[in-house]
Design a protein around this ligand. Structure first.
Ligand SMILES: [Mn+2]
Length: 665
């Protein structure tokens, strides 16, 4: 209290106290003599008077301070109320039964005073969730106004902040974000060349009108020309409308030009999200290119750092995927890896060197782009010979660091993880179907003939049956992207091994590109002699193989079947290799090799030159596969019984029931 005393108050009190002390001293000194009674009496009364003045002074001062305090409290109370109103904050205090006990002035002004005594759900159902602590903050709408609300449990108070303006501006900002679009006209010149001049003009006018209408309907800005393609700028809300309408432009052009006998489609790429304009524009160009690679006649939409959506694009267009230039695919793969958070790569179950080396190549590419990558493989299923050579070529530490099981891979799978499937495109054949089903962004790289069962909804794929092996395709991809900072030298050796095994020592599916790929691998550091040395058949393997081949018979013209001995057990990989060797013999249309595998199961491996559907035959025996490569594994039948069934099926002519193809597995 005394801190607030002004100086003159203090001086006065000190002066009075000094007077009292002097008076008292005088009294004590002179009391015994008692001579000057009058003087003592006067001084004593002065002392008493001063004392009374000091007491009075203190009393009045405390009264004044108290008054000031009360005033301040009132001001603060008033300020608080106005501050809350100014900040658009209201309070609702609840009763123990969650009915409204009190509302602050701010809310009362909004007419919410009428809810006092009523249950909180009268105000909003969402508040129940807030109070039960399921969520920490909600936004609710009360009479056209939006409020953000939090709940203070201890005081059973709901704080409501009126945020209508904020939400309005936020939504406006979201809706008016710019979306970048790039549109190109597929097959324009080729198609026009075939038309009469008047139709050429009509087609061009038709396309331009459609584009212009599209821009007008969705309030967009269209720039460009028909030769180089168009750029379009749209507001996000208008773009969303176009998206909900499935981009009518695409269908209108495809269907509309038909009446002029033209065959023209559009490819469009759109991008949006939180990024600078240049990055969004680049992403739109990439998306448009992706639409072209996928066969055109479609829209590719990408959110910056988010997912890719495809609209349009028919099944016919999908077939052109396998014809896309590997160089373009390499670029696309490179972009996708750069955009992903991390990479997982997976081959087929019971991985061979083609799968393993392609997977390792992807790991190395990802690492050269500073992305974390893992190869998913179940090493228990890999055959012992492959595993032995793998551990001879690849350092143990590398395998431990980079090779993981499907179960471990789930921990690495996030929304923005890119899963690359190599050496198969069949969802049943992958090493971990579970991982595949959970992945969002998928790319397939394969060299097997496209079957009915293929992984759907990929971002992009490279499936080319004209390539000997996935390792060959991966070699070209590395070459085109110039990943010159790959340092793991063993990679070139295992890729070489992948090509050697898939071509059965350059005996099957080998083209000029295969040799070129091997040349590149050698340049980069592969040692063909080392790899060949490791892969060489041991004498025992050769004896096993020739023992089987020596049993081969032609059971019908062009059908060769080799059956092993009852007491012979071989690697399943031998069976496929022997069938391929038999298929290479003159006039052979289909070859079948039957023997027990190391687990004592009767196995059959079938190959055909593309005239005979061995898939149907194998399916009838309880197996499966593709038109020109299929297999059966049976723990019920012995090899003799399997052979007898096979002969019956071949004689029945079941293999003719599907249209022929000239492609070779
Ligand atoms: Mn392969």
């Amino acid at each position: 209290m005394f801190k607030s005393l002004r100086n003159y108050h203090l001086i006065m009190i000190v002066w009075l106290v000094v007077e009292i002390l002097i008076g008292l001293t005088y009294f004590i000194v002179n009391i015994e003599t008692a001579e000057q009674v009058v003087t003592i009496t006067v001084i004593l009364s002065l002392v008493l008077g001063n004392f009374i003045i000091v007491c009075l002074y203190i009393f009045l001062f405390s009264l004044w301070i108290r008054h000031r305090y009360i005033n301040t409290a009132e001001i603060i109370k008033l300020n608080n109320a106005q501050a809350l109103t100014f900040g658009s904050v209201g309070m609702i205090v609840l009763d123990s039964d969650l009915s409204i006990m009190w509302v602050s002035e701010f809310l009362e002004d909004k007419g919410l005073g009428r809810l006092i005594g009523k249950s909180i759900v009268k105000l909003s159902r969402d508040l129940e969730q807030l109070i039960s602590n399921n969520i920490t903050q909600i936004t609710l709408k009360i009479e056209d106004m939006l409020y953000d609300a939090i709940y203070l449990v201890q005081t059973r108070t709901i704080l409501l902040q009126e945020t209508t303006k904020y939400h309005f501006l936020y939504n406006k900002l979201q809706q008016e974000k710019l979306v970048f679009g790039v549109i190109s006209i597929d097959n324009f010149y080729n198609s026009l060349q075939k038309l009469r001049v008047e139709n050429q003009i009509r087609v061009e006018a038709f396309i331009k009108t459609e584009l212009n209408d599209f821009a007008n309907n969705y309030s967009g800005l269209l720039l460009g020309n028909i030769e180089d393609g168009y750029n379009i700028l749209l507001y996000q809300n208008e773009f969303n409308k176009a998206r909900n309408d499935n981009f009518p432009l695409i269908k209108n052009i495809r269907e509309g030009v038909k009446k002029f006998k033209a065959d023209i489609t559009l490819s469009a790429g759109f991008s949006y999200g939180n990024a600078i304009s240049k990055d969004l524009y680049d992403l739109a160009i990439e998306s448009k290119e992706l639409a072209v690679y996928r066969g055109g006649d479609q829209v590719v939409i990408r959110e910056f750092g988010g997912n890719t959506v495809f609209i349009g694009g028919t099944i016919e267009a999908k077939q052109s995927e396998s014809k896309i230039n590997i160089r373009m695919f390499a670029q696309s793969l490179y972009n996708e890896i750069k955009l992903a958070e991390n990479i997982l790569v997976m081959g087929h179950a019971a991985a061979d060197f083609d799968s393993i080396s392609s997977g390792t190549a992807i790991i190395e590419i990802a690492k050269s782009l500073n992305k974390s990558a893992h190869y998913v493989i179940n090493q228990n299923e890999v055959d012992e010979k492959t595993l032995k050579i793998l551990h001879e070529l690849v350092p143990e530490s590398y395998i431990n660091r980079n090779f993981i099981t499907g179960k471990q891979a789930l921990k690495f799978l996030h929304a923005n993880t890119l899963l690359i499937v190599v050496d198969t495109h069949n969802p049943q054949r992958v090493d971990s179907p579970d991982l595949l089903s959970k992945a969002v962004k998928i790319i397939v790289i394969d060299h097997h003939r496209v079957s009915d069962e293929s992984i759907s909804s990929t971002i992009t794929s490279y499936i080319d049956a004209g390539t000997s092996s996935t390792a060959e395709a991966m070699t070209e991809i590395i070459y085109y992207n110039d990943f010159n900072n790959i340092e793991s030298e063993f990679l070139w050796n295992i890729m070489f091994a992948g090509i050697l095994i898939d071509t059965n020592n350059f005996q099957v599916r080998t083209t000029r590109r295969t040799f070129e790929a091997c040349g590149l691998l050698t340049d980069w550091g592969a040692s063909p002699s080392k790899v060949k040395g490791l892969l060489k058949n041991s004498l025992n393997e050769l004896i096993d193989k020739f023992a089987l081949i020596s049993h081969a018979q032609e059971i019908k013209k062009g059908f060769l079947v080799a059956v092993g001995d009852e007491n012979l057990e071989v690697h399943t990989s031998y069976l496929a290799q022997i069938s391929e060797m038999l298929l290479d013999l003159r006039d052979c249309k289909a070859s079948f090799t039957i023997a027990y595998d190391r687990q004592g199961r009767a196995c059959l491996s079938a190959r055909s030159n593309g005239e005979i559907n061995v898939q149907i035959i194998c399916e009838n025996l309880g197996g499966g596969g593709h038109f020109s490569a299929a297999a059966v594994q049976s723990s019920k039948l012995g090899i003799r019984a399997l052979y007898d069934e096979l002969v019956k099926l071949i004689e029945s002519g079941v293999y003719q029931s599907e249209s022929a193809t000239t492609e070779r597995y």
